[in-house]
Design a protein around this ligand. Structure first.
Ligand SMILES: O=C(O)/C=C/C(=O)CC(=O)CC(=O)O
Ligand SMILES: [Ca+2]
Ligand SMILES: [Mg+2]
Length: 413
């Protein structure tokens, strides 16, 4: 097993098997964004370490940037070379004297959006979530639409409102109309919700007209992070027919600050659930293909209390199938494109990825330790989503957290 001269605990979520990338500023230079790599309770100033160790100039340049986009665009060979250098610096004691001065305590730095987000796509890949939402939004019809098991359903989101963890979430205003109301009203959402999701960051671009096949996934996808797709259920329920989510989800989407490289997740790969319909060849990941199910366990906390543990391994569609589907019409990819899995909900109580499911549309409030209850989010509430996955040799891969606190809206009704 690879060991760092930093003497990290074996179960550190940010051990040398992980090495996720982010963007930080230090207190003495609050305007100078730099690439960070998380290790233990520290961050490594990656460009400074590249200079100190004399890293190859072409690779060093990728690390000397205020966002991850140049590294993302560089592609799989460069990703592997940079990761090998980082591992070497942090494990070979010969590099300690050069690298140690480039470490800063993680608690002392501010973390920022790690990449400039290109297009943002959100999928709908949990059968349990889709069944729950279908039952609640479309009573009297089959919960899964006829296309659901034949293609990964998705929609295009609003990349300009993707924000980093910790950004306050302003309660959105909008039109709402309950079924019994005669006409729509306007005002702050009364049914503000979360969606606990896993996001995939595209690195290597693809040209217009050239689909990315299932086995092109690891050449194009750089890494994985956590997503909270904040959702205003009252705005959504009234506006979404027939074109799908719009203002009910476009007011803010939060990302965790650390992008875990795909290379750190080899031990987390699992087979997805059995498919019960035959898939078209471009989506068929059975029979010798190497599917991309991932065994992440998410944890959702409301005001410090765990309310749910959604299992990502239960997702019906994999990220490789989602990428193949979203490019099968010839749509191109750019470095910085982001696609999210869709709400991660498992089959059991306590594994739902949204409050609309956890509380069954508000009928079954969540009880908190202070005696209060919740159906949807109140002003001042803070939601924290974390996740871990198995790493090599019994280690753990941590994803950090994506947090957000609800602040009252200041708009007029
Ligand atoms: O079933 C619906 O009409 C709506 C579903 C969602 O709100 C979920 C969505 O945004 C996709 C996902 O996160 O799974
Ligand atoms: Ca979503
Ligand atoms: Mg060496």
């Amino acid at each position: 097993m690879t060991v760092s001269w930093l003497a990290l605990p074996v179960d550190s979520p940010f051990g040398v098997h992980n090495l996720p990338y982010g963007v930080f500023t230090a207190p003495d230079a609050p305007d100078r964004r730099r690439i960070a790599v998380a290790v233990g309770d520290h961050i490594l100033d990656a460009a400074a370490a590249a200079r100190a160790t004399g890293l190859d100039a072409a690779l060093a340049e990728l690390l000397d940037a205020p966002v991850l986009n140049p590294l993302l665009a560089a592609g799989r060979t460069a990703w592997t070379q940079v990761r090998a250098a980082l591992t070497d610096w942090l494990t070979d004691p010969a590099h300690r004297a050069a690298v140690e001065p480039c470490l800063l305590p993680r608690a002392e730095v501010a973390l920022h959006l790690p990449f400039e987000v290109g297009d943002y796509v959100d999928f709908y890949a949990s059968e349990h979530h889709a069944t729950n939402l279908g039952t609640l939004f479309r009573p009297g019809t089959p919960p899964l639409t006829p296309n659901w098991k034949h293609l990964p359903i998705g929609y295009h989101g609003r990349s300009g409102t993707v924000v980093v963890s910790g950004t306050p979430i302003v309660r959105p205003h909008g039109q709402r109309k309950a079924p019994a109301d005669a006409a729509p009203g306007f005002g702050p959402s009364g049914r503000l919700d979360i969606e606990a999701e896993v996001g995939f960051v595209v690195g290597a671009p693809s040209p217009l007209g050239t689909p990315v096949p299932l086995d092109g996934f690891a050449d194009h996808v750089f890494g994985v992070l956590l997503v909270n797709d904040w959702s205003a259920r009252d705005i959504q329920a009234w506006e979404y027919v027939p074109l799908g989510p719009f203002l009910g989800k476009s007011f803010a989407t939060s990302l965790s600050p650390w992008v875990v490289p795909l290379d750190a997740l080899a031990a987390a790969r699992v087979a997805p659930p059995a498919r019960d319909v035959d898939l078209l060849p471009y989506l068929d990941d059975r029979d010798g293909r190497d599917p991309w199910g991932l065994d992440l366990t998410l944890e959702v906390r409301l005001n410090g209390e765990v309310v749910s543990r959604p299992p990502f391994a239960a997702m019906y569609w994999t990220a490789a199938q989602q990428l193949a589907h979203m490019t099968v019409n010839g749509a191109s990819l750019r470095a910085g494109d982001l696609f999210a899995s869709g709400t991660v909900s498992g089959p059991d109580r306590g594994t739902e990825g949204a409050f609309i499911e956890l509380t069954w549309n508000g009928e079954r409030p969540v009880k908190l330790a202070d005696g209060s209850t919740r159906t949807f989010l109140e002003d001042g509430d803070e939601v924290v989503i974390t996740a871990t996955a198995p790493g090599p040799d019994g280690t753990r891969i941590g994803f950090g957290e994506v947090t957000g606190r609800i602040v009252p809206s200041s708009g007029k009704d």
